[in-house]
Ligand binder design. Structure first.
Ligand code: TYM
Length: 332
């Protein structure tokens, strides 16, 4: 059976980008067709300056939202990365397979290290090795597929390289996975800056729709989205990034392709109104279910406990096999 692994990093409140680029596909498709694991990757949140209490709070919130969006613990494992030691164990072994040059070439490292330095901070070593931990997340479970948005595909490519290299050097140990981004909305852009990705840790929240935004806030953000010169509503990502982003969001909400919607609106205003309503309706059940789940925290804890147990049992044999393959003497 196909195995799927994916994760969300608790560095900010989850966004419409996380939902359309990843979470929705996990809920609607992946958990029904494969043995799936979905993880709140909290260790990754420590790679940039962080407030411990906030990371803890956001980890719980991310897990609750994953369940609120419809992940079913009967169908998949939902858990927190730091609850399963195998991630860190394997990450170290993979650091002995990766080299520093390939880490420095990662786009996200380049962008984030510049940002950290601009803020006057230093760059944590773990930011450089971030993709190795991500590779460990995936390879520990023998995942075949990794449903992620477009911004993560380079990291999955690196994971493939490390798996192939390890297998060649030390004998076949890992499945070589592939990224499976969604067909529509694999890269949702910021509403105020439609040439940049809608990211949770962006400075101003004006261009970001958060899953827990009130409907009125969602409407306001979308109605104030930056659009392009001209008046025609056409899908053209290069020439009309703002309009194309809205078309893509609306298309994703309606389960269509954005080209199909080109020409369906007479004005930018009409497109914005339709998009705002579609997003409000899309998020309504998630917000409602989130509120219900917040009232039963014991339920979320129980799901995470069971998820970690299941995940540990799945990862352990592969990680132990990697230890042996690399020449470590396992305890007798
Ligand atoms: P993270 O937490 O930034 O994002 C979680 C998922 O949401 C997708 N995503 C988007 N998709 C479309 N448009 C956007 N604007 C947008 N923003 C985010 C991301 O592509 C991702 O699929 N490194 C990962 C977390 C991670 C992981 C893993 C993922 C750690 N280990 C192993 C998969 C497998 C990250 O920072 O995702």
């Amino acid at each position: 059976m196909t195995r799927i692994f994916s994760g969300i990093k608790p560095t900010g409140h989850l966004t419409l980008g996380n939902y359309l680029g990843a979470l929705r596909q996990w809920v609607e498709v992946d958990q029904h067709r494969a043995e799936s694991l979905f993880c709140v990757v909290d260790l990754h949140a420590l790679t940039v300056e962080h407030d411990p209490a906030r990371v803890r709070r956001l980890s719980r919130q991310a897990a609750t939202l994953m369940l609120a969006a419809g992940l079913d613990p009967e169908r998949c494992a939902v858990f927190v990365q730091s609850h399963v030691d195998e991630h860190a164990r394997l990450s170290y072994l993979l650091e002995c397979v990766a080299n520093d040059g390939e880490m420095r070439r990662m786009i996200q490292y380049k962008e984030k290290s510049v940002r950290e330095r601009e803020r006057g901070g230093s760059v944590r070593l773990s930011l450089l090795t971030y993709p190795v931990l991500m590779a460990a997340d995936i390879l520990a479970y023998g995942a075949d597929e990794v449903p992620v948005g477009e911004d993560q595909t380079q990291h999955v490519e690196l994971t493939r390289d490390l798996a192939v290299r390890f297998n060649q050097r030390y004998g076949h140990t890992f499945v070589v996975p592939r990224a499976t981004p969604p067909k529509v909305a694999a890269r949702v852009m910021d509403l105020q800056e439609p040439t940049s990705k809608m990211g949770k840790s962006h400075e101003s929240g004006a261009g970001i729709v958060y899953l827990l935004d009130e409907p009125e806030v969602v409407r306001k953000k979308i109605l104030r989205a930056v659009t392009d010169s001209g008046r025609e509503v056409v899908y053209d990502r290069e020439g009309k990034p703002g309009v194309s982003n809205l078309l893509e969001i609306l298309a994703a909400c309606e389960g269509r392709g954005p080209e199909e919607l080109s020409g369906a609106f007479d004005s930018y205003g009409e497109l914005k109104k339709a998009t705002a309503e579609a997003v409000v309706e899309l998020l309504r059940p998630v917000r409602e279910r989130h509120r219900e789940l917040c009232a039963e925290p014991g339920r979320v804890d129980a799901v995470l406990r069971a998820g970690a147990e299941k995940a540990r049992a799945m990862a352990r044999p592969t990680v132990d096999a990697a230890y042996r393959a690399m020449g470590l003497m396992m305890p007798a």
